[in-house]
Design a binder for this molecule. Structure first.
Ligand code: SF4
Length: 238
């Protein structure tokens, strides 16, 4: 087995070792990842959106018992929980962990006031998403994410392998070159379960207080924290 790329040895890895060749597709990246990281050092952090369905199918082919973590904020749509149940039924060998924040919603309301997401969405995301992911990633060397370059200008320079300064980890993004149409082509071709909110104008789906439907031709992430100026939950910003 090759030396795994880690946050610590990133600068010692030669350019040739890095996967940055545009000709390599998602399957190549995932095969490399599961070959190069021990089972307990790699996790896929999944939102169970459309990109996630593609990744889960690909990962299952390569690593049927892969570890997947879902950040269960307690504020997801019913349809999101339904698709997780469907994925668990279709891929029973996968190890899907529902990671909850330390504070329940009632405890958060008691400590910070009700509906923190309306007043301080960054604080709410920090409590319910960023800290739980940090806990999940602390024992890992690498995590997989479904970022695609065309999703937003802030994601346009994402590489297959990224030195993640936020979580001191390696972030692996196998879908960077995929288009939205390619994602849906794959889902339909394989007849995979997906979040039915995608059929109702929700291209990007997060917590229900912070997610709205968008126009068909609008920015795919325009429905997230709409009108607040916030565009990211904080998992992909340093
Ligand atoms: Fe809170 Fe909204 Fe962030 Fe969910 S997306 S954690 S509700 S601010």
């Amino acid at each position: 087995m090759s030396t795994a790329v880690t946050y610590e040895n990133w600068n010692q890895i030669s350019d040739a070792f890095r996967i940055d060749d545009k000709s390599k597709g998602a399957r190549d990246v995932l095969e490399w990842a599961y070959k190069n990281y021990p089972d307990d050092k790699i996790v896929y952090a999944s939102s169970f959106g459309a990109e996630a369905i593609v990744l889960i199918d690909l990962i299952h082919e390569i690593k049927p018992d892969a570890h997947i973590v879902f950040l269960d904020t307690g504020l997801h749509f019913l349809e999101t929980y339904e698709v997780i149940d469907k994925i668990e039924a279709r891929f029973p060998t996968l190890r899907i962990e529902r990671k909850e924040p330390k504070l329940t919603l009632d405890q958060q309301a008691a400590e910070y006031g009700s509906a923190l997401w309306k007043r301080e969405p960054n604080s709410c995301c920090q409590i319910r998403k960023v800290i739980p992911l940090r806990e999940a990633l602390t024992p890992k060397q690498a995590w997989i994410s479904g970022l695609r370059r065309e999703q937003s200008p802030t994601r346009a320079n994402t590489q297959f392998l990224n030195r993640d300064e936020k979580f001191k980890n390696i972030k692996i993004c196998p879908l960077i070159h995929w288009t939205w149409d390619e994602v849906w082509g794959y889902i339909r071709e394989k007849n995979l379960p997906y979040n039915t909110l995608h059929d109702n104008g929700y291209p990007s789906i997060g917590c229900f207080p912070c997610t709205q439907a968008v126009d068909e031709n609008g920015d795919s992430r325009a429905g997230r924290w709409s009108g607040t100026g916030k565009t990211e939950c904080g998992l992909h910003t340093s």
